[in-house]
Design a binder for this molecule. Sequence first.
Ligand SMILES: [Zn+2]
Length: 251
Amino acid sequence: MDIIKKLFSFYSSFTGDKGFLGFTTLGYPIPYFCISKGTYPVVFAQGGIHGREYITTSVLIKAVKYLQSLPFNGTLYIAPAINIDGIKIALLDKDFKANANGVDLNTNFPARWGTGSQNKTKLSKSDYIGKSVASEIEVKSLMSFTKYINPDATVSFHSKGEEIYFDFFNPFLQNLHYPLARAISDVTGYAIKVNLPSAGGYKDWCLQFLSIPSFTIEVGSDSLSHPIDLSYTDEIFLKVKDVLPTLIKEL
Ligand SMILES: [Zn+2]
């Protein structure tokens, strides 16, 4: 069973709070799962915004099962696969990161759009910013869902490199959020990185317009090649399983 079939099969069997946060370009509904054990804080985690990074989808499905049985005080929303179309394409083309329109969704958000050092202005398997800011339905869906659930923090799971990114052109927020990045680094063993020369990402938008702590976590060793084989799910899950409970505790 491919990872998208697995996601929808898991969605069907999940008996807790769940729903769709929007739609992909090709019309797939984008599933989310909600595990609520208290009203505050609210943390939203998502993965699979880049097609070839579907290891994050596999890890987040496992995380939903784990977090259901874990005691904590707060509410978690988890969307394991934002770019379902791109993941389906990446199952056939290992370099593919974009959505079905050839837009790299994590460059399409309104946060210094088009200023990233890797940004491309033509259709591509990666890094194409789109013809206008927030032009893509997946980006619009993610923005409106985020505003609707009003999270206290967000986490974007990507691959690879075992790194944590948490800043975006704001030294005040960088200082304020550093202890949270430190706590995530302590439980994962992943390295904290600053001043990534990128723009237009989901984390960037959360920091620039919502001013909430927002993290990009790159899972999986850099020595692995894209796409990371799903047989690494358990190994990666063990490293990141406490990221969300740690954030809930520290917020
Ligand atoms: Zn990525």
